[in-house]
Design a protein. Sequence first.
Length: 288
Amino acid sequence: MLMVDTASGSCWLWNPQTGEKTALPSMNGGELPDHCRCLVSDTISSPPNWVSDDDVDHPDSLVLVYDLTRPELLFCRIRGGAGWVKQSYDIDVGIEVPAATGEDEGPIPTPSAVISDMAAVQGVFYYSESRDVIGALFSFADDPEPRLELVTFDARLPTLALDAPQLTVTKSYLLESSRELFLVCLFYIGCTVERIEEVGAYVMDFTEKEWCKVTDIGDAAFLLGPGCFAASCAAAEHGLKSGCVYLADDDNDVHIFDLKDGTRELVKPTQDIPALSREPFWLVPVQP
């Protein structure tokens, strides 16, 4: 967990399971965004070959905070960093709005989109730039000051196979598991998201740049929550069912989907609590 002392600006990473702390550069009076998420990258033995074929240093190990309301990133090196760096980004959402005052003025581009989901895999931060485009952010260790490079590649979003053409809605989640990039899709039929028709899990094949469906994720359990939150943890060790997707979203119920058997279960862990102070959320164990 990223901890910040608002009075002094001191920052550190804290492992709630062991109490271990890792010091980070001070924010020098800076504040975290009101609505944000934090990710920690790991290190890898070599850069992904689709990023660069050159002989370059390994991607840097970073703490990254991304604002959920503005296109801004805040990051620092975990060890040896001099300070936090703020960097803006611009994602083209690919939609243009016609000008209302006349044809000669041309289209008015929409504001930059904001990253809402991100996963850190082998030193690279992946996010969904659009329906069929994946973006990747990375920083190389030889840079005097950390800065994030951005690359994108096409990867078509999986669809629900239907006998007859129908309107479908897809809600997707990115996450890391076993040092691989996964995508979980919730498929709905019609214009509402009241009933999930199907749940699918996919792993990224970086050679072919495509999502490959999987039904066996080993002992892992995928945990989904509000705001595109997604994470993976060891199932048996923490009393969960292996190979399942756990969804705790807008209501207080937990939906459990078995990827291999195709079965589903609904549990109500908060039914005996008269009133909740906030919606439930996942507290994911720290991997050793």
